[in-house]
Design a protein around this ligand. Structure first.
Ligand code: GDP
Length: 408
């Protein structure tokens, strides 16, 4: 128990005895209420997500899980229950505010020496740019993974500007480059995350369902954990679904992320359980608990494209029987360049991606991948991973990104 908790307990104990009695009464009363009301606390709500889901099964509402026999539960000493609640609350982490996180990327990009921006500026500031200089600029852009099409567009735009206005003034060159890079990143794309729950016609609560896909190792599970924290920081309620059932550690990892901020994880304790079944159970739990968002982590074994297609296809079909998918986020590792783009193409074909999460942007000076991947898939980069820390995930902000490239 940490000292803060001790202080809290010292202050709270006298009133807690009374409160604790009330908690016990509440637990007892719940025995006669609905199962939702009787749901165990965040720490022990790890559901065994092994509902058998058969393709072609009628789209009926899932049978409710049997209500726990609350009377059979050991009646905890009221004081101990309340103290545990207090300890648990004190142990929960408070995620960092989301605003301003992109500024950290700016700093990191600048610290990395930002070769893209610095090299572009150094060529553009030469006197009398010749063909070789323009070729060099193109090479810099290609090396930064911007992609051939966008690189040509940028060079053409800069050449036109150079002809019309000249490129003599350093501040003007920087402003021009900023404007053109920003145009490539496309600030007009809608980068908001669809995480608002809905109400069905029959009045049922429908959580927003966010499916997270991508090749293993790209940072998928970490991203789901970080995103849960972002949502918690914004006051939203969340359930996690550990549908990466091929890697036992993935479910443990996700559960740890969730428990740190008091979020339930639905998982299977059986390796190789049907991922669609776990995803289904996660959405059912989210619906029953009335949470705002269900985040579903998936496995991404790209070695077997047909298998991956089948698996993601089945998860999608099974989930959409319960609730429409609000977002399908593709996680890509920014350091993998062309390889990442090939992955993007495969997932784009399979999963109906609505947004990209570009992880490990802190580990590359090749920011151009943002442009290339948006072009490849025609969907925006919505979030970026900026490090291994729990709050190193930021909503992508084109202006902050371009400013980061040009600093240094
Ligand atoms: P998964 O197999 O796709 O679920 O990948 P994991 O979530 O297990 O992450 C793989 C590794 O990438 C872990 O070591 C993460 O800490 C690391 N990682 C994830 N996101 C980032 C990021 O934005 N920056 C850095 N530097 N590392 C990251």
């Amino acid at each position: 128990m940490n000292p803060d908790t001790l202080t809290l307990l010292a202050v709270g104990l006298p009133t807690l005895a009374a409160a604790a009695t009330a908690v016990t009464v509440l637990v007892r009363r719940r025995g006669s209420g609905s199962q939702d009301e009787a749901a165990p606390s965040a720490d022990d709500r790890v559901v065994d997500g092994t509902t058998a889901v058969q393709e072609g099964e009628p789209a009926t509402a899932p049978a409710p899980a049997p209500a726990p026999d609350v009377e059979a539960l050991p009646v905890l000493d009221g004081e101990a229950t309340a103290l545990e609640e207090l300890e648990r609350a004190a142990a929960l982490e408070v995620p960092a505010p989301v605003q301003g996180r992109m500024a950290r990327l700016r700093d990191r990009l600048a610290r990395s020496g930002s070769p893209l921006g610095a090299r572009l500026l150094s060529v553009l500031s030469r006197d009398h740019l010749g063909e070789e200089d323009w070729d060099e600029l193109e090479e810099v852009l290609l090396l930064a993974d911007v992609g051939a099409g966008p690189a040509t567009e940028l060079i053409d735009a800069l050449r036109t500007q150079a002809r019309v206005h000249g490129l003599s003034d350093a501040a003007q060159v920087r402003a021009l480059l900023r404007e053109q890079l920003l145009a490539l990143v496309d600030p007009s794309m809608d980068r908001s995350l669809a995480t608002t729950p809905a109400t069905a016609e029959d009045g049922t609560h429908v959580p927003a369902v966010v499916l997270v896909v991508g090749v293993n190792g790209t940072g998928k599970t970490t991203t789901v954990g970080k995103l849960a924290r972002v949502l918690v920081a914004e006051g939203r309620t969340v359930v996690l679904g550990a549908a990466d059932t091929f890697r036992a550690a993935a479910a443990d990892q996700l559960q740890t992320w969730g428990s740190r901020v008091g979020v339930t994880t639905v998982r299977s304790d059986r390796d190789g359980a049907d991922p669609a079944a776990v995803a289904f159970d996660a959405v059912r739990t989210g619906t029953q608990e009335g949470v705002d968002v269900v985040l579903v982590d998936t496995a991404g074994r790209l070695q077997n494209k047909a298998g991956l297609m089948d698996e993601l296809g089945k998860i999608t079909r099974v989930l959409t029987r319960q609730a429409p998918l609000s977002e399908v986020l593709l996680v890509l590792d920014a350091t993998t360049g062309q390889n990442g783009l090939n992955q993007a193409r495969v997932f784009g074909e399979v999963a109906g991606v609505t947004g990209i999460v570009l992880t490990k942007l802190d580990g590359t000076a090749k920011g151009g991948i943002v442009v290339a991947v948006q072009r490849q898939l025609g969907v925006p980069v919505k979030l970026v991973g900026l490090g291994e820390g729990p709050d190193d995930l930021a909503p992508f902000d084109p202006e902050a990104f371009v400013d980061g490239l040009l600093r240094g």
